[in-house]
Ligand binder design. Sequence first.
Ligand SMILES: Cc1cc2nc3c(=O)[nH]c(=O)nc-3n(C[C@H](O)[C@H](O)[C@H](O)COP(=O)(O)OP(=O)(O)OC[C@H]3O[C@@H](n4cnc5c(N)ncnc54)[C@H](O)[C@@H]3O)c2cc1C
Length: 402
Amino acid sequence: MPLVTTEGFRLIPSNETSVSAESINDRFVNLSGDAQAEALRDKLADLDLIRIEFGSFADGRGFSLAKRLRNYGYKGHLRASGHVISDQFRYALDCGFDDVEISDELARRQPEADWVSDRATPVSYIERLRGRGSSIVAQLKEKYVSQDGVFEQQVTHVKHYTDGLFSFRVTRPSSFRFRSGEFVMIGMPNAEKPIFRAYSIASPSWDDELEFYSIKVPDGPLTEHLQHVAVGDTVLVRKKATGTLVADALTPAKRLYLLATGTGMAPFASLIRDPYVYEKFEQVVLTHSCRDHNELTYGREAVGRAKADPLVGEAAQRKLIFYPTTTRETGPRMGRITLHIETGELFRSLDLPRFDAANDRAMICGSLPMVHDTKALLEAAGLTEGSNSRPGDFVVERAFVE
Ligand SMILES: Cc1cc2nc3c(=O)[nH]c(=O)nc-3n(C[C@H](O)[C@H](O)[C@H](O)COP(=O)(O)OP(=O)(O)OC[C@H]3O[C@@H](n4cnc5c(N)ncnc54)[C@H](O)[C@@H]3O)c2cc1C
C-alpha cells in the first residue's frame, strides 16, 4: 500500500505497518471517522501516530475528527487511510493530516501526478508546525514572496459577467492558509505604493488556486486597473486572511442560511464548496439578490460547481438550495430578500418554517443597509450575533465600505 505525502508516493515505514484496524498500543491508534476526539484528549501527548479510517469517499467525518484532534493540540503524525481520493488531498492536509494511505488499486487509477502537482504542492501540517514550511517552500521554488510579506501571484483565469462584474483566479502560495469564507487584502503592482482592498476569497480552503469575484467601480482606485487583468498578469495578495463568515463562528443547528447581495456572494461561493459546512448543517439555503438577472450568473455557476464537485457534490445536491431574486429587472422572483423574509414568501416557497433560534443559523454579506435590515429580522426572530471568539446564531460582514 503506498503512502501519499506532499512529496509524492512512498512506502509505509515497516515499524508502522503493524498497526491493524481498531488496534491500540502505547504509540499508535486506529480510529474510525465516528470516533470521539474528546475520548483521546488526555492521551494525545503520548501518541506518535493516529490513523483515521475513511469508510467511503462521501463520508467526511474523518476530516472533522482530524481538525478536532489538531485543535486539541495533537502534534504527532496524523494519517488518513482508505477511501480518500486525489481531489481531497489538499483538504486532507488543511485538516491536519500528514499523509494518506491508499490501496494499490487506487494508486493505479490515480498515479502520483494526480496527487502532487508541481503548481501547488501544499506544505503538510506537521512541516508547518515544526517551522519547516519555509524550507519546503524554498524547495518548491516559492519565489513569489516579496520582502514586505506580500505574495505576488499569477492570474490563471478571468471571466467577465457584466460591464460591472468579473471573476478571476490566481495561483495559490503554497504556505497561504485561510478558512472558507474569509477575506484577504489584494492589490496590483502598478504603482510604487500599491493600493490594497479587502476581497473575500471565493474558492474553498482546499482549492489549489484562489478565486475572487469583483465589482468594476468606474475610476475606483483598485478596480479601474484590476478589471483589465489577463492570464499571466501579477496580482498581490497579503499574507493574512481573516473574517467572521466562517462555519466555526456559528453554533451547531439544523439549517444554515447564507444571505447575499451583489458581490456578497463571494464568501458563500467558498463556503458552499467546503465539506465542513455540509457536515455541520442538514440544509444550506443560499439567497442572492441583485438588480438584474445577469448579475445572478456568478452565483448560479457557483451553485452548479458545488453540485458537480467531486468532494462536496453529493452533499450539495441533497442539502443546498439556491434562492435568487432580482430587485429591478422583472422576473419570476422579485424583491429584496428582506421583503421575502418579512412576507414569509422565502419560507412558503421552500416549504420551510420561519426563522427560529433552535434550528436556524445565518450569515449575511451585502451592502450596509441590507446587512442592517436583515440582521434586525434575525434578531426579531430571537437569533443572536456571534463572532470568532464567541460563536452564536448568525454572523455578518459588509460586502464593501460605502
Ligand atoms: C470585508 C470586505 C470584503 C470585500 N470583498 C469584496 C469582494 O469579494 N469583491 C468585491 O468586488 N469587493 C469586495 N470588497 C470591496 C473592495 O474592498 C473594494 O471596495 C472594491 O474592490 C472597489 O475598490 P476600488 O479601489 O476600485 O474602489 P473603492 O474606493 O474601494 O470603492 C469606491 C466605491 O465603490 C462602491 N463599491 C466598492 N466595492 C463595491 C462592491 N463590492 N459592490 C458594490 N459597490 C462597491 C462603494 O460605494 C465605494 O465607496 C470587500 C470589502 C470588504 C470591507
